[in-house]
Design a protein around this ligand. Structure first.
Ligand SMILES: C[S@@+](CC[C@H](N)C(=O)[O-])C[C@H]1O[C@@H](n2cnc3c(N)ncnc32)[C@H](O)[C@@H]1O
Length: 195
């Protein structure tokens, strides 16, 4: 079988945007799995002095967000089609982000799909590494059992301390999956942790 090597250069832009925040001495926020991107766009438009990044595994959402940045000449946002679990530990420098947001992550209830669940111990450690000291991780979900699972995993990490949810934009605007959850009568939960 022919060997296929990963194209590591394709993540240069991702790394350069992180570096840009350092060079320009700007805050840097990251949303993982932004989906239709309602909240990400609102945040980009409200927090203009901040540099924003978005990681999304589905190409159609990345295309849509790239169209938006091109149409409105948005310079404070960079999005990439990538699996956050792959790219964060390999290409995000330590102490990069002031805030990370993960809203309504997909739950994987089937046993054989458990390996795809976003919040495993390695990923939590990767998030910790990528956050700046004092940086926050904001999480929302409409799945009560998933919320409990997330909390139980964070309890293992003494380094993360629970803190106030600090994404004003998400408090003022509902994401697509938040709206869906509300329509289904789900309980919405939010939590935040500080490094
Ligand atoms: C249930 S949707 C929520 C979308 C959006 N945050 C919202 O609240 O409407 C979960 C999103 O996470 C994305 N996603 C899942 N796993 C991911 C990963 N490992 N890296 C990046 N994005 C991921 C999916 O493609 C999907 O768009």
């Amino acid at each position: 079988m022919e060997l296929h090597f990963r194209d590591l250069s394709s993540h240069e832009e991702f790394q350069n945007f992180i570096k840009r925040a350092k060079d320009e001495n700007k805050k840097l926020y990251l949303e993982i799995g932004y989906g239709s991107g309602i909240v990400l766009r609102k945040r980009v438009e409200k927090e203009v002095d901040v540099l924003h990044m978005g990681l999304e595994i589905k190409g159609k959402f990345v295309k849509k967000m790239k169209k938006y940045t091109e149409k409105y000449n948005v310079e404070n946002l960079y999005v990439e089609k990538a699996d956050a679990k792959y790219i964060l530990p390999r290409f995000a420098a330590e102490n990069s982000f002031d805030k990370i947001f993960i809203y309504y992550p997909d739950p994987w209830w089937k046993k054989k799909h458990k390996k795809y669940i976003l919040f495993d111990y390695y990923f939590i450690a990767d998030l910790y590494r990528a956050l700046k000291k004092g940086g926050t991780l904001n999480i929302q979900t409409d799945v009560v059992d998933y919320f409990e699972l997330i909390k139980s995993k964070f309890e293992y990490f003494n380094e993360f301390k629970e803190c106030d949810f600090d994404d004003i934009v998400a408090l003022e605007n509902s994401s697509t999956f938040e709206i869906k959850g509300l329509e289904k009568g789900h309980v919405l939960s939010k939590i935040a942790y500080k490094k």
